[in-house]
Unconditional design. Sequence first.
Length: 566
Amino acid sequence: MQKNKLTIIGNGIVANLAALYLIKKLPNIEITIVGKSDNNRAIVGESTVELSTHFFEGLGLGSLLEDNHYHKYGLTYYFKSDDINSDRKYVIHEAPGVIRLPAYNLNRFTFDKDLRNIIRQKRITVIEGIVQDVYMKEENNSEYSINVKMTTGEKLLLTSNWLIDASGTNRFLTKKLGLHKDTPYQRSSFWFRLIKFDKSILQKIDASRISHLCYNPYYVTHHFYGKAYWVWMIPMRGANGETMMSIGYTYRPELGSERVKNISDFLSIIEKDHPVIAELVRSGDIYKNNNIDDIVTYRNYMYESKQYYSEKGWFIIGDAAFLFDPINSLGLSYVSHMICQVASIIEKDKKGKLSSSYVALHEKHIQAILKLQDTWSNWYEFMHDPVKLSWTLLINNMAYFHVLLPSFINGGFLDGKHINAFSKIFNRDKKQLAAYPYSYLLNILSKQTEYIDLNTLPNFYSDNIPFKLYKADEKLRKKLLIRYFYRSMVLRLKIMRKIKWKLNKEHSYAFLLSLKETSCDLLKMVIISIFSHDLVKYNPDNHPNASPFGKNGDFLKFSKENLGDK
């Protein structure tokens, strides 16, 4: 019997993005979405990055983004320049985006509504209702049985060869299959959306920054930091063109940050550390969604699953799988990965070429990403230290632009050779080392820094972002990997030059270790230049762990005759 039926549980952004990609990439399958479109769910994830935008552009959503949402001109980090909390003195680092790889600050209410309207124009069945139960496949049975209760009260029985759980925090399959898993680190978060505020208040700070006239610095994603917490501020365009802003506070209270239950708590904390934020909030009104204040509080909200993909044809993606710390805006970015991973598994299954090893590799990729999240969890231990944090953010962005983003744009993340190399580097079973780079050097520099300015926190983003990257290019991907080790070597030497060296055990050890690691970086550059590296290699096309969609970005290329239109 030919397999061609797919059911997606959920009707939010993840479910609809998955349906849109799958109907374009695998046009011969029948897709059914089951979920409520008017569900008053907590919405977050407004700050896209280049990776998720690249995926959206590939899906044909570019004009929608341009017409209805603000451009995001990169990330801006605010570091307090002294210990006087009431001061408005900041050293500001701007991490500009690549102009040919844009990013946007989304109004999720508008974006999600527009995305649903696009889905209605495709050969996709949308059932308004809820999945009540699923009867899992038995041996020699290729179909799931799905009980659905429609919003009208009518009940349906669906059958499906593949099942995607995109039910968000309802976590349908995780609960059904008993797959819940506690995460090693917890986080709490509080957020709201603001309207009718005075955006000029953000200019009322004493800023040390590199001067430029490239873009209005308001239109970025703003990050402020404190003891075991950080604050996001995301400007966005309201449904009627009015100014709106998403403001959130994410924290680890066990490390010393204060708990937040309401706006009063938030203002009380923020006024002590960042009075400019408190003033901006007081100048506006809380946005109301369906006449209810758009305020959300999540306590200890992190979770995981014991398994995400199955050879039997079920998949758990997006918030149904696990929740991201929003610190790097990678939620929708990894959703983009997961949707394509699921499509590659289904494509192999359709052709009878699916191996257990290929499914297991994608599970390994998820664990590697969760290893990164474990590292980000430890950032909260030094968020109040501008020296350690600024260098950490710089290296983190450099790795994103030189390794993670090129592997997505080219499609390498769907090939087993890249996944194996990536998961070895970010092995969750290995002992967690220091969460910040060059720890032996930054420990010394942090203690020696008495005054924070642009000299002590130099902004090297213009040197560390590869502005040539904007399209699939396998040769460039290899060059960027080499460039990553080169820039890592250069930055280490720059830190060494800033340290006032002393003849003692700590300094001697740090100096010798730095020379050793610099030599290792140089050796890696030579080896990759001559022999390449599995991070930028592919399996042969007939290999069981090869991507079914090839390389050179072919996973985002669709047949013009089969775009899923009705």
